[in-house]
Write a protein that binds this ligand. Structure first.
Ligand SMILES: [Zn+2]
Length: 83
């Protein structure tokens, strides 16, 4: 089972365009890239404070990203949410 999900993670990684593959994930203030198009933003509660979560879609490869802006969390940042 672990092997299978690893393999799927590998496949997923391979369909990212070069720009998307270069985004540093889960790191606060890591830059995105020029082909990301902003979609929407929302507010979410995190341990008693509110953070902004902005979603983007890559024009080049269609990958959907979210960027979480949490001043108190160095590990908040970019994450892939789908394609
Ligand atoms: Zn891309």
């Amino acid at each position: 089972m672990a092997n299978e999900s690893n393999r799927q993670a590998e496949l997923k990684k391979m369909v990212l365009c070069t720009s998307c593959a270069g985004i540093q994930r889960n790191w606060r203030r890591a830059p995105g890239h020029a082909e990301l198009v902003q979609q929407s933003s929302r507010k979410e509660e995190r341990d008693g404070h509110t953070v902004n979560v902005t979603s983007y879609r890559c024009d080049a490869c269609g990958t959907r990203w979210e960027y979480e802006n949490d001043k108190t969390n160095q590990q908040a940042g970019w994450s892939v949410i789908g394609q």
